[in-house]
Design a protein around this ligand. Structure first.
Ligand SMILES: [Cu+2]
Length: 134
C-alpha cells in the first residue's frame, strides 16, 4: 500500500518534471523564432547587401560588396526616390514608397550615385574583387 503510493508520487514528480522540461523547450523554440530579423524581412536596420532610403538619406551611405553581389534598395519613405548612377551605370527610375530596386555589380570599382528627385541625396557603392583568402 505504502509502496504503491510512493511509486505513484514518483510518477507524478516525473510527469511534472517532464511538463516543466517541455515548457522550457517550448519557450526556447518560441524565442528562437522571435529572433530580431534584419533588413526588409522586418527588422529596423538594413540587412546585408541592402540599402534603405529613409528620411531622404541612403542608409548605409557607402556600401562595400564583392563583385557579383546584388544590392537591393528599399524606399522606406512615403514619397518617390531614384537610385541613379553618377556615371550612367544604373538608374532605377522613380522607386515608389515601399518599392525596391536591385542591381548586380559584376565589375569592381567605385560607383557614386544620387537621387534625381533630391540631388542632395547621394551614396556610394564600392565593389571589390573577392578576396582569395591566402
Ligand atoms: Cu530622393
Amino acid at each position: 500500500m505504502k509502496n504503491s503510493n510512493s511509486s505513484k508520487s514518483r510518477i507524478l514528480i516525473g510527469a511534472t518534471l517532464l511538463i516543466i522540461l517541455l515548457s522550457i523547450s517550448f519557450s526556447c523554440t518560441k524565442s528562437s523564432t522571435n529572433n530580431t530579423p534584419t533588413g526588409s524581412k522586418g527588422g529596423s536596420t538594413p540587412g546585408a547587401n541592402e540599402v534603405w532610403i529613409q528620411s531622404m538619406v541612403f542608409d548605409p551611405l557607402t556600401i562595400t560588396v564583392n563583385t557579383g553581389t546584388t544590392i537591393t534598395w528599399t524606399n522606406k519613405d512615403v514619397y518617390g526616390h531614384t537610385v541613379t548612377s553618377d556615371t550612367g551605370v544604373f538608374d532605377s527610375g522613380i522607386i515608389d514608397a515601399s518599392g525596391t530596386f536591385s542591381y548586380t555589380f559584376n565589375t569592381a570599382g567605385t560607383f557614386p550615385y544620387h537621387c534625381k528627385v533630391e540631388s542632395t541625396m547621394t551614396g556610394t557603392v564600392i565593389v571589390k574583387l573577392p578576396s582569395l583568402g591566402y
